[in-house]
Design a protein around this ligand. Structure first.
Ligand code: ZN
Length: 135
């Protein structure tokens, strides 16, 4: 079922952000590095959804540039879809601007693409799909 998979929040320090969410009594899971995005991240499960905490590995990365320009804050919204490839095809057929034309593999093995904010009401929108079963 489509749902909000997660809200991505850019933070200067993952360790400090973890401490804050732990003080709220929340669990933090799945800390990992995604080299091709230049990011270290951790997830805060909240019911069916999650908060994704994003720390830049370097200044010249998408999150590093975001932090330099805008400071900490909400970076993107991720919607889980059932047929990501089909969804991307429909968007491309209508000329929707994507950040990258290719579906990528991210944290936890899930598949994702980013839709450019100019096509999504000013919001950086991630579309994602759960990892294929049995992998
Ligand atoms: Zn995300």
């Amino acid at each position: 079922m489509p749902s909000i998979d997660h809200l991505g929040i850019a933070v200067k320090s993952l360790a400090e952000a973890r401490g804050f969410y732990e003080r709220l009594g929340l669990e933090i899971v799945g800390e990992e590095t995604v080299e091709h995005e230049g990011v270290r991240l951790a997830m805060v499960p909240l019911g069916e959804s999650r908060i994704e905490l994003l720390e830049a590995l370097a200044e010249e990365t998408p999150i590093g540039r975001f932090l330099a320009k805008r400071g900490e804050g909400l970076h993107h919204i991720a919607i889980r879809v059932e047929d990501l490839a089909g969804t991307v095809e429909r968007l491309k057929a209508k000329g929707t601007r994507l950040i990258s034309d290719e579906i990528k593999v991210g944290a936890g093995g899930h598949l994702y693409v980013f839709v450019h904010p100019s096509a999504a009401g000013g919001v950086l929108l991630e579309l994602c799909e759960d990892p294929p079963q049995g992998v």
